[in-house]
Design a protein around this ligand. Structure first.
Ligand code: UCC
Ligand code: FAD
Length: 586
């Protein structure tokens, strides 16, 4: 012992040093880009004070509820103690609190109250962006609820869905309903046109009864759902393919015997992530339902829901990236290695800066789609806006979903071994990010959706894209410090125009092979233009400029170089297949 009687390492198995843990601060105050964006477009005091107060709650109160949902995942009780089938999905108290909170905070309602006109969607999505990583995945039912409200609004708010619409968009917890989105069946989630076996049997009162099996249904504790089925004619026949699908509204309710009306919950999925919320397999056995679309117009009618849920998906992707950067940079001020804090190691800062640039690009992509949605919903959208919204929704969803996995994975590494430790909460962020590129359309399926919308609009959506980017670049032409970025995006845009011209004369299989790279190119070039535009705003900071320059240092137009190398030529497809299966080409 030393002179003072102090025994160093007297508790030798523990030691006296403990790592400082990263601290979550108010995500609104911590996010310079979010505040910069809102200062530029939505400087209203009411929005700022609401987001600030909400951000405070997220950090101090709500984040713990989200964690509780992860620790107490939902479970399914099939039978009551007396052997009666009940199919109860038991959720945590925190999950229920999150439902009430969502109503009170207007997380769906804001988009429909439209108190801030064309900027109402930006306001709503900013709030969801602050909320998402702490929400215990409650953002999932909210996305579908928003999507259902949008579909009802577009098909007409009349009986039998008038009441539902009021509840989906309510701020009163006791009235508030959430909705499901039951599209996927065993035979296919991407190809719903072929995969849907569910039939709708007409009833004498004009309603239907649904019989089928829904293979993935998330947040299944919902009060209602929108779903697809094939209407049976008098002989019991149905029309195959997409043209046979209609859109239905059904309430999830219980009869006097306590059993679900027309539904059996087969089981809950055992999932990599999103464990906070229930995802069930459902047998529909005479579920009472109402048809919302014309017969055979199911896919086109549910497309409104897909637009909204894909935008929510993108918001959650950007939010996951932001959260991991937020925590990683805080940790860098606490953790020492090789004699100095992580923040004083330039290579570590380079790593975090790259994550920051990705996050900023994702944020601006997402907010721009929200801006366009807001314009469309307030009747202010030009034809160019409408085209851009259609093209960019799948582009932004597919790109941010992938970015989120990469950035969050890098983020975990920035905590060293602690990033891999379950009860830090960090691994859950990665698990939850992984689903963002799978549900609501996989990367490839959305890339093909991009091709289809280009073809169906006879190229008008691309024309809108080129026109808008050129306008954004022209607006920044006077800012000399941004010149290298402006040049990079301008050059990439020219390359893309050339690609489109050449590709237009090629076969559909050529375009199919180029689809994913095209989606990435559209996202990267557009994000570059948005970063430049934001950095050329009069109140932009030097960091905004630095982010724009950094982003534009990467390859922006992937399709151009790959096209030159013949990557999409007809021989490639068979070579790829041979490579994968390690076989000689026939
Ligand atoms: O995964 C799900 C829920 C997860 C939980 C919610 C999370 C939300 C985020 C939370 C964040 C934490 S629900 C399941 C999602 N499933 C999908 O996304 C399906 C993926 N597959 C596709 O998207 C396919 O492309 C299909 C199913 C749309 C392809 O079907 P079809 O029948 O072959 O489609 P067509 O022929 O391309 O289009 C049929 C009609 C056309 O209209 P008309 O007939 O007027 O020409 C299209 O223009 O539908 C229209 N349409 C669209 N319209 C198709 N897609 C769209 C679209 N995206 N936007 C507008
Ligand atoms: P498949 O369609 O079989 O796809 C397999 C692979 O093939 C994918 O990589 C895909 O990109 C690729 N592929 C498919 N078609 C093509 C093509 N033409 N060209 C190139 N590649 C192609 N669904 C709901 O309806 N409601 C829900 O609430 C819901 N919740 C979910 C929750 C979770 C946690 C998960 C994981 C899924 C959920 N889903 C839900 C289902 C989800 O939407 C589907 O899994 C998804 O759309 C993919 O469909 P699939 O699983 O049939 O994959």
């Amino acid at each position: 012992s030393d002179a003072a009687g102090y025994l160093p390492f007297s508790r030798a198995s523990v030691g006296s040093f403990f790592q400082g843990q990263p601290v979550l601060k108010n995500p609104f105050l911590e996010d310079a880009l979010l505040r910069g964006y809102l200062k530029r477009h939505l400087p209203q005091e009411a929005v700022w004070s609401d987001l600030n107060a909400f951000g405070e709650r997220v950090a101090k109160e709500i984040d713990i509820w989200g964690r509780e949902c992860e620790l107490n995942p939902p479970r399914l009780v099939h039978f009551d103690p007396w052997g009666q089938r009940v199919d109860h999905i038991v959720t945590s108290a925190a999950w229920k609190r999150l439902k009430d909170l969502s109503a009170q905070e207007g997380l769906v309602a804001i988009g429909y109250e439209k108190s801030f006109g064309e900027w109402s969607r930006v306001y709503q999505m900013s709030k969801l962006y602050i909320f998402s990583p702490s929400s215990g995945l409650y953002t999932c039912p909210l996305a579908m609820t928003d999507g259902a409200a949008k579909v009802i609004q577009s098909t007409g708010v009349s009986l039998p869905v008038e009441e539902a619409y009021g509840r989906l968009t309510s701020r009163q917890p006791e009235r508030f309903w959430t909705s499901g989105q039951w599209m996927t069946e065993r035979q296919g989630g991407s190809d719903v046109g072929t995969g849907t076996e569910t039939v709708a049997v007409p009833q004498t009162d004009g309603s239907y009864k649904l019989h089928g099996f829904k293979w993935f249904t998330s947040a299944t504790d919902a009060d209602m759902t929108l779903t697809l089925a094939r209407v049976q004619d008098r002989s019991g026949s149905t029309t195959p393919g997409s043209r046979g699908l209609s859109l239905f509204y059904a309430e999830v309710s219980r009869g006097e015997d306590g059993r679900l009306r027309g539904i059996e919950v087969q089981r809950l999925k055992d999932k990599l992530g999103t464990r906070q919320m229930p995802t069930a397999e459902l047998l529909l056995d005479g579920l009472p339902a109402y048809r919302l679309s014309e017969e055979g117009r199911g896919v086109a009618s549910i497309a409104n829901m897909l637009t909204i849920t894909r935008i929510h998906n993108s918001v959650s992707a950007a939010a996951a990236m932001r959260r991991v950067v937020h925590l990683a940079r805080d940790y860098a001020t606490r953790r020492t290695a090789f004699g100095k804090l992580l923040k004083d190691h330039p290579l570590h800062m380079q790593t975090l800066a790259r994550m920051e640039v990705e996050t900023r690009a994702a944020f601006l992509l997402v907010m721009d789609v929200c801006r366009l949605l807001g314009r469309e919903e307030s009747g202010l959208a030009s034809q160019l806006d409408v085209h851009l919204l259609r093209l960019l929704t799948p582009v932004v969803k597919l790109y941010t979903g992938k970015q989120a996995v990469a950035v969050v994975s890098e983020g975990l590494e920035s905590f060293g071994g602690q990033g891999y430790i379950e009860d830090t909460g960090l691994p859950g962020i990665l698990r939850d990010a992984q689903v963002l590129s799978i549900w609501e359309g996989t990367t490839n399926v959305l890339s093909l959706d991009v091709l289809r919308c280009v073809a169906r609009s006879s190229g008008m959506v691309l024309h809108a894209y080129f026109t808008h980017i050129k306008a954004l670049l022209a607006g920044a032409s006077g800012v000399s410090s941004l010149a290298p970025a402006v040049k990079a995006v301008g050059d990439a845009l020219s390359e893309l125009e050339q690609f489109v011209q050449i590709a237009a004369s090629r076969s559909p299989s050529y375009l199919e092979l180029a689809a994913r790279d095209l989606g990435y190119s559209l996202a990267r070039i557009y994000a570059g233009a948005l970063l430049i535009d934001h950095a050329s705003w009069k109140d932009a900071s030097s960091h905004d400029k630095h982010a724009a320059l950094r982003w534009c240092e990467q390859e922006l137009c992937l399709v151009a170089s790959k096209q030159k190398r013949g990557c999409y030529d007809s021989s490639t497809a068979s070579l790829d297949a041979a490579l994968v299966f390690d076989q000689l080409i026939q």
